[in-house]
Design a protein around this ligand. Sequence first.
Ligand SMILES: NC(=O)c1ccc[n+]([C@@H]2O[C@H](COP(=O)([O-])OP(=O)(O)OC[C@H]3O[C@@H](n4cnc5c(N)ncnc54)[C@H](OP(=O)(O)O)[C@@H]3O)[C@@H](O)[C@H]2O)c1
Length: 178
Amino acid sequence: MITGHVFIGTSLDGFIARRDDDITWLTDYPTLGEDHGFADHMARVDGVIMGRGTYNVIKNMRPWYYSKPVVVLSGSLRHTDIPTQISDKVEILDVQPDAAMRILEDRGWKAVYVDGGTVIQSFLRAGLIEDIVISRIPVLIGEGIPLFGPLNGDLILEHEETRSFPSGMVQSRYRVKR
Ligand SMILES: NC(=O)c1ccc[n+]([C@@H]2O[C@H](COP(=O)([O-])OP(=O)(O)OC[C@H]3O[C@@H](n4cnc5c(N)ncnc54)[C@H](OP(=O)(O)O)[C@@H]3O)[C@@H](O)[C@H]2O)c1
């Protein structure tokens, strides 16, 4: 059964970006060369599903950031909107989360990195997330795009591990209980 996995950085007050998509408070945070496990996380997944909002922020990164295929969920983007340099690495799907996971499972994918606030929330509501790794950095940004949002009911998470780093980052791993 294909599973979704979240690996995300937040402010201490629970935001993944400012309202204007700024994430420099996260990307410029001095992490002292620490290994927070991102490479291990990428090695475990077959590819990435992200929302159009996240894609819009990272689409101009060169060299391209991802070593694995990227699927963008969007009802407004078309494949012709993808820059040619990355058009063999990025695919647009205009389907619901469960349909996206079925399509990828049929291709042999087993584990998917799910990214983007609204998309993560919709995958959580659909019961498609297996575990969540949250790296909190000690900054309060007051308002922004939240990681979590409305649910159909409470979700119980099992805490598996929390690590703290000399930089001040605190990383917790949770498994979503079924
Ligand atoms: N802190 C971090 O580690 C981190 C990680 C990832 C992203 N971010 C930041 O988060 C921001 C983007 O997050 P976001 O919540 O605004 O957007 P998002 O989840 O990346 O994208 C949401 C968009 O995806 C499309 N979509 C298609 N199917 C969907 C579905 N089932 N559920 C939800 N969305 C679906 C919709 O666009 P259409 O209108 O095209 O259909 C929707 O507006 C950016 O600023 C990014 O930099 C931060």
